[in-house]
Design a protein around this ligand. Structure first.
Ligand SMILES: Cc1cc2nc3c(=O)[nH]c(=O)nc-3n(C[C@H](O)[C@H](O)[C@H](O)COP(=O)(O)OP(=O)(O)OC[C@H]3O[C@@H](n4cnc5c(N)ncnc54)[C@H](O)[C@@H]3O)c2cc1C
Length: 400
């Protein structure tokens, strides 16, 4: 008997047997998120994307909360306390449905909740975290401004004390731009300059002077609500500020969490595009045979599969490092830069395999490709992550 006959069969859905790197519990977490997406979002997502709206975002947030997906990698305060790899697998499944769905979960859990969990006072945690974990309160994270994106240290939003002493109220003035979930949020984590450096504020969105008009006409991430934040003399009590953290360390620590989710999520969009292209290539016939039988199509499929599996392997490796408490921010940059760049290439190539059908919302491919244009830019652009890696390698910062 040859050695080959004792090998498990080749599985096109898992060609290099990456599932052997996951535990049964991790595979079960993945299956439950996949099921939620299949039941609650997949049948409607193309419609939501086309309409540029999620009709019942509060209901959806509660569904996600009931499965423990909001702040799922945080401990206590009603959070599920799962591992980094569990969280990554969830992000992959959510983004296989749509980057907008994964963005909703990332912004809630890794930006807004993480900021409060990591930097908030006990009172701030008690007030917000369990409601946010249940999806009863939606959060957003305001760092970017109309004139300051990659360079947030130059932000113009200001917080000043109204009076002397530690009990004086804060007054916030400024504008934030491109803020996911802002128009539907109950609470905003807002970063502002103070005389003591950049500090974070927990702002209930019902506070007078706070408004969050929706940004319309997006051609990407259409199944996600994006807005401005306008802060016009917003008066907050003295204890609305994160007590300890100063400087960019605060927001950057949160972005690092969210970027980790993107390392995985981007591979979800890629997987969905590959599945679509593979099925299509078997069914679509031209010149008397399936287009999957032409060498040029096979080369595309082979390259897409190669990059998807390399990217997923990288995600699992970084996840294991994170669970061991050893993941550095530069390493997250490797994952974010590589996986989003490869995912968008995979989606664009998949689009060519589908021919004209590739531009239709009947298939997920153009939706994923368009969504990834945002993912390429937010949470640090391709260029910024390249410069982070360049600095780590050379010891010289080329940002300015
Ligand atoms: C759909 C969507 C949702 C978002 N959600 C949020 C959110 O929830 N919260 C939030 O705070 N922000 C959010 N953002 C904003 C996002 O983080 C910023 O768009 C991003 O940081 C880039 O900033 P910018 O768009 O101002 O581009 P800029 O910083 O103006 O950059 C423009 C171009 O110049 C390049 N560039 C800039 N500086 C350098 C340099 N030193 N060297 C080389 N190239 C450089 C950039 O890489 C880019 O290619 C979101 C964005 C989008 C599109």
């Amino acid at each position: 008997m040859s050695a080959m006959s004792s090998l498990p069969p080749f599985d096109p859905a898992d060609p290099i047997a990456l599932d052997t790197l996951l535990s049964e519990d991790e595979i079960a977490v993945r299956a439950s998120v996949r099921q939620l997406c299949a039941d609650k979002v997949d049948p409607f997502i193309a419609e939501w994307f086309e309409a540029g709206a999620i009709p019942d975002i509060r209901g959806l947030a509660k569904e996600l909360g009931s499965l423990g997906l909001l702040g799922m990698h945080l401990e206590g305060y009603g959070c599920a306390g799962m591992s980094a790899v569990d969280y990554g697998l969830a992000c992959l499944e959510l983004e296989a449905t749509d980057s907008g769905l994964r963005s909703l979960v990332s912004v809630q859990g890794s930006l807004a909740m993480y900021a409060i969990w990591q930097w908030g006072s006990e009172e701030q945690k008690q007030e917000w975290l369990s409601r946010m974990a249940a999806g009863e309160a939606i959060g957003c994270f305001g760092l970017t401004e109309p004139d300051h994106g990659s360079d947030p240290a130059s932000m113009r939003t200001r917080a000043r004390r109204d009076g002397a002493g530690p009990d004086a109220d804060w007054i916030l003035d400024g504008r934030k731009m491109w803020i996911t979930n802002a128009p539907v949020a109950d609470v905003a984590v807002v970063w502002a300059h103070t005389e003591d450096g950049i500090r974070g504020f927990v702002v209930p969105t019902s506070t007078p002077g706070f408004s969050a008009p929706e940004i319309k006409h997006k051609m990407s991430l259409r199944a996600s609500v994006t807005g401005e934040i306008v802060l016009d003399g917003v008066r907050l009590p003295a204890d609305a500020v994160f007590p300890e953290v100063r400087g960019l360390k605060g927001p950057l620590s949160c972005l690092n969490e969210a970027r980790f989710g993107i390392v995985w999520g981007a591979m979800g969009a890629a997987r969905s595009a590959i599945e679509s292209a593979l099925t299509y290539s078997r069914e679509r016939e031209q010149f008397g045979k399936p287009i999957g039988g032409f060498q040029l199509t096979q080369q595309k499929l082979a390259d897409m599969s190669l990059e998807y599996n390399k990217g997923t392997l990288l995600a699992i490796h970084l996840g294991r490092l994170k669970d061991a408490g050893r993941l550095r921010p530069e390493q997250v940059s490797y994952g974010k830069l590589n996986n989003v760049r490869e995912a968008i290439e995979i989606c664009r190539t998949a689009r060519t395999i589908l021919g004209a059908n590739g531009i239709s919302l009947e298939y997920p491919v153009i939706r994923h490709a368009n969504n990834l244009e945002s993912v390429l830019t937010y949470e640090g652009t391709v260029e910024m992550h390249t410069l982070v890696i360049g600095q780590a390698l050379t010891g010289v910062a080329a940002f300015r």
